[in-house]
Design a protein. Structure first.
Length: 484
């Protein structure tokens, strides 16, 4: 039985088959084909090919009429792909060969001139860099959306107080908005990482050829400008072998997913302790237990973080053993980048929906925030303000905590005489700081959980999210497909 592929009757030959007398084995063809993965690059491929055609005309390599035939043909190919009418062939090794094959069917023999002065090495790298720019913009936009959701949730419950945890134990009372803002600032750093990665991806490899450049008088800088890149490559060998931008995307995605996973863990913890109610639209139930409301979105974000981290580690392992210049190992870059980018955008969107719908139980939060003498350090600091050395104050308050515990009462309920026995300054200390609100108000430093400071933080995050959206809109490439 015929397995199809380029060896089948009537099938087109691979682009590289000029020096081959026989057809590739169907098993080899199936193993090496990348069409199933890279077909999503068709927009970038058409746009890159159109820019290359214009570069060939500008260099006098193609006549203007030939260039028009190719541009019109590429526009028709783009139209078929956009409408879902494009018929992929068994002989299409990848999206690049599929576009060229269909172009030749539409435009005739002039289609064979499209690849003049170009290798699939610089063609693939150019498509990939265009996609990376879009992926970085998409990631920044998704992260900005989650930051916005955090700010919205914080502003909707400005008075909600939770116990800030260290070692998973109550440490100090903090505004819930303060903890939401903490997650927001981590995500804001992720936005910066994607912007940074995007800037380094903003370089066009087109014109580098297979490894050494071209003998045709092409102008890579002009082509780079036409495609919306900030610059053209500096070294042709580096341009075709470099995959730093993919590694940076994966690294930025990995760190961002770790931050998302930590937020997801907090949401699961808040729900488990009864501090928040999960929204109907972003929670699931149990097939057996009717009372259950499960944080499946949060748990899946935690799980999928491992997938993204695995993609980063796997891709770096692939790169580390490669000599210059191109090797087929690099074909694995797209599967890694596509999956990581897709998971990142989907995870940030899902978490944004979850956070936006959280319903805080203020009473439960405040009850647990007050438990465990979480304001004890505030009393110690009140002693310091009265002239007591901190270590002395720490020891005195610690002794008072122990005394209160042995009597089954709270630190705030100890009589002044009992406090005076422990340390003379304790009896006269300002014990208003032992209340939740007193503790919050006592915080003086910028970036603290003081309500006014938290308000400043939320404003900064809102501004950062807005700026990130603007950056994404401006950075995302406008691809010329000839459809307008």
């Amino acid at each position: 039985m015929d397995d199809g592929g380029p060896g089948a009757p009537g099938a087109s030959r691979p682009l590289w088959a000029g020096g081959f007398a026989g057809a590739p084995d169907p098993g080899m063809w199936a193993y090496t084909s990348s069409l199933a993965t890279d077909r999503r690059l068709w927009r970038q491929d058409v746009a890159g090919s159109r820019a290359h055609v214009r570069g060939l005309v500008g260099a006098g390599v193609l006549e203007a009429g030939e260039g028009k035939l190719l541009l019109d043909g590429l526009a028709r190919v783009a139209g078929e792909l956009a409408a879902g009418r494009f018929a992929f062939s068994d002989g299409d090794e990848d999206v690049h060969s599929a576009v060229e094959r269909r172009l030749t069917e539409l435009a005739g023999p002039v289609g064979g001139k499209l690849h003049t002065g170009r290798s699939r090495n610089d063609q693939v790298a150019t498509d990939l860099h265009l996609w990376l720019k879009e992926a970085c913009a998409d990631a920044v936009e998704a992260l900005a959306g989650l930051v916005g959701a955090l700010v919205g949730a914080a502003r909707a419950a400005p008075d909600a107080v939770v116990p800030g945890l260290t070692h998973l134990q109550p440490a100090q009372p903090v505004l819930w908005a303060f903890q939401l803002a903490a997650h927001g600032f981590a995500l804001a750093r992720d936005i910066g990482r994607f912007q940074d990665a995007g800037r380094r991806a903003d370089v066009s490899p087109l014109g580098a050829g297979a490894i050494a450049g071209s003998s045709f008088p092409l102008d890579p800088a002009a082509t780079a400008t036409a495609l919306g890149f900030a610059a053209a490559f500096d070294n042709a060998m580096d341009a075709t072998a470099d995959r730093d931008a993919v590694a940076e995307l994966l690294a930025a995605a990995g760190i961002a997913m770790v931050h998302a996973s930590r937020l997801a863990e907090d949401v699961a913890l808040w729900a488990g302790r009864g501090w928040v109610r999960l929204p109907d639209a972003w929670a699931t139930g149990s097939s057996m237990l009717p009372q259950k409301r499960n944080p499946d979105v949060a748990e899946l974000v935690r799980g999928r973080t491992g997938t993204v981290l695995g993609r980063l580690a796997g891709f770096l392992a692939t790169l580390k053993g490669l000599p210059l210049a191109y090797a087929r190992d690099l074909q694995e870059d797209k599967a890694a980048a596509f999956e990581a980018a897709d998971l990142l955008v989907a995870s940030m969107g899902a978490l944004a929906g979850l956070v936006d719908g959280l319903e805080p139980d203020r009473a439960a939060m405040r009850r647990d925030a007050a438990a465990g003498e979480t304001t004890a350090v505030d009393l110690a600091e009140a002693l310091v303000r009265d002239g007591v050395a901190f270590r002395e104050a720490h020891a005195a308050v610690g002794a008072a905590v122990r005394l209160a515990a042995t009597r089954g009462i709270r630190l705030a309920d100890l009589a002044p005489d009992d406090l005076a026995v422990i340390h003379p300054a304790l009896a006269a200390a300002d014990r208003s700081v032992l209340s939740i609100d007193g503790s919050l108000a006592a915080k003086a430093t910028p970036g603290s959980t003081n309500p006014s400071r938290v308000g400043d933080q939320l404003t900064r995050l809102q501004v950062a999210a807005s700026a990130a959206r603007s950056w994404a809109a401006g950075f995302r490439p406008a691809l010329d497909l000839g459809l307008d």
